[in-house]
Design a protein around this ligand. Structure first.
Ligand code: MV4
Length: 447
């Protein structure tokens, strides 16, 4: 096992990784920007290296500074966390080139899933369904119109390198497609450096269900069941749970095996997640693969009893997975709420100083947070202040524990989404498991 690991991240996920390293007797190196001098992850790591000024482009995205910090401190491996450089193939390569282990998949596997059109082809070749749509990129409006005619309206116009809904649009008529094509392509080019577009059939009121996979470096892989993340707002996940109340044993097995087939096809190693859209008839379609640890990984940990960061470290160090698919537990139910520093009406980040923070406690309650009373939420980084996770013997108990925990949660000094989270967890639609992707929209419209 590694003796020392550098964590190329900040906030709650850096602390989460430090916690597991400490338990395994691994020394930790934090990196930090000038805005994070007093941050918890810096205080909790065994060592910390300053990497630059507050903006991420000058600090947490500085590949050279981070690799240099790892070299100087004698770290043997780098954990990228999520976001930032976690899915950057060039970073994974730079870590390797420095003679260090990247705690994640190979640069080739990251790149294989980096383009959505390339990923669609790979996935189809592995025999896994994708949403009916264009074969690859759609070069211009004329081709888009012809393709949309074949697929049938409504269609989804999407950016090949997109994310967060940017460059994505529902298109219902040819006239709309003519208007939307160039503008979305330009937007994608501005945001992602590439304006390549493709088309898919629009799936109505889908659910977002993802499969967690874990592969060792000896070609052995397992799936750690599913998470349902349909409760989103503006393409930002708000509530996630495991298992999904919509998934039956047969669908679970079919999605799990599909996920393994895709991961095998690209020689995947480490933890990864395959996102699927699932329609009302329980048809599932591959959407994309996230080649990193996800924000919502705790709900999987709660129902399996596995520590995903521990297994990321073990397989990166060359250890085989010590278990088979039929030995993986699936017990109880877990729900995660993402607590954001945001203006509840405008849903925009709300920076400021957290003057008071009281985290709820109780049986089955877990808090993964990056802040404390006195912390400043700056406009430089993601406004998520933490994650509240509740576990119960069944979904009903998990909901009851989550509602109590949300009621006991106190954040003062900044606007936050606790009121929205309380409303979601109290809604009859959520209790009924009626969690399609338009859930929050409907909840807010009902008032
Ligand atoms: C779709 C879709 C319907 N049909 N694709 C949104 C984020 C991006 N990763 C994919 N998204 C969608 N793709 C087709 N062909 C509906 C969505 C979608 C969505 C998906 C998952 C969770 C929430 C969502 C909210 C709005 C739209």
């Amino acid at each position: 096992m590694f003796r020392k690991v550098l964590i190329a991240n900040r906030g709650e996920i850096a602390r989460r990784i430090i916690r597991t390293c400490r338990r395994l007797g691994i020394a930790t190196v934090a990196v930090y920007s000038d805005a994070d001098v007093k941050a918890l992850h810096v205080r909790e790591a065994d060592e910390a290296v300053r990497i630059g000024p507050p903006p991420v482009a000058q600090s947490y995205l500085q590949v050279e500074a981070i690799v240099q910090a790892a070299r100087e401190t004698g770290a043997e491996a780098v954990h990228p966390g999520y976001g930032l450089l976690s899915e950057n193939a060039a970073f994974a390569q730079a870590v390797r080139d420095a003679g260090l282990m990247f705690i994640g998949p190979s640069p080739e596997a990251i790149a294989a899933m980096g383009s959505k059109t390339a990923a669609r082809r790979t996935v189809q070749a592995a025999g896994v369904p994708v949403v009916p749509g264009s074969e690859g990129a759609v070069p211009d409006v004329a081709e888009a119109l012809a393709m949309a005619e074949r697929i049938g309206y409504p269609v989804m116009l999407k950016a090949s390198y997109g994310g967060g809904g940017i460059g994505m649009q529902v298109v219902r008529t040819p006239a709309e497609l003519e208007r939307a094509f160039a503008s979305n392509s330009q937007r994608a080019k501005a945001y992602f450096g590439n304006g390549e577009m493709f088309l898919e059939k629009r799936i109505e009121r889908p659910r977002h269900i993802e499969i967690q996979v874990l592969f060792d470096s000896h070609g052995h892989g397992v799936y750690l069941w599913e998470r349902e993340c349909s409760v989103q707002r503006r393409h930002q996940k708000v509530v996630e749970e495991a298992p999904s109340s919509f998934v039956d044993e047969d669908l679970r097995r079919r999605m799990g095996e599909a996920a393994l087939a895709v991961a095998r096809a690209i020689g995947y190693e480490n933890a990864g997640t395959l996102e699927f859209l699932v329609d009302a008839e329980k048809n599932f379609y591959f959407l994309e693969m996230n080649t990193r640890l996800q924000v919502e990984h705790p709900v999987t940990e709660m129902i399996t009893g596995l520590d995903l960061v521990e297994w990321q470290l073990r397989v990166a160090a060359g250890e085989p997975l010590g278990f088979r698919q039929d030995e993986i537990r699936r017990e109880g139910h877990a729900i995660e709420c993402r607590v954001y520093a945001e203006d509840p009406e405008k849903m925009l980040p709300s920076p400021g100083t957290i003057t008071k923070l009281v985290l709820p406690e109780g049986p089955g309650v877990r808090n993964d947070v990056g802040v404390e009373s006195g912390s400043e939420v700056t406009p430089f980084y993601d406004p998520m202040v933490g994650k509240l996770i509740a576990y119960g013997r069944d979904r009903q108990e998990a909901i009851a524990r989550m509602r109590e925990a949300l009621d006991a949660y106190v954040i003062e000094g900044i606007r936050n989404n606790l009121p929205l989270l309380r409303r979601i967890l109290a809604s009859p639609a959520f209790a009924a498991g009626d969690t399609t992707t338009d859930f929050i929209e409907n909840l807010l419209a009902a008032k």
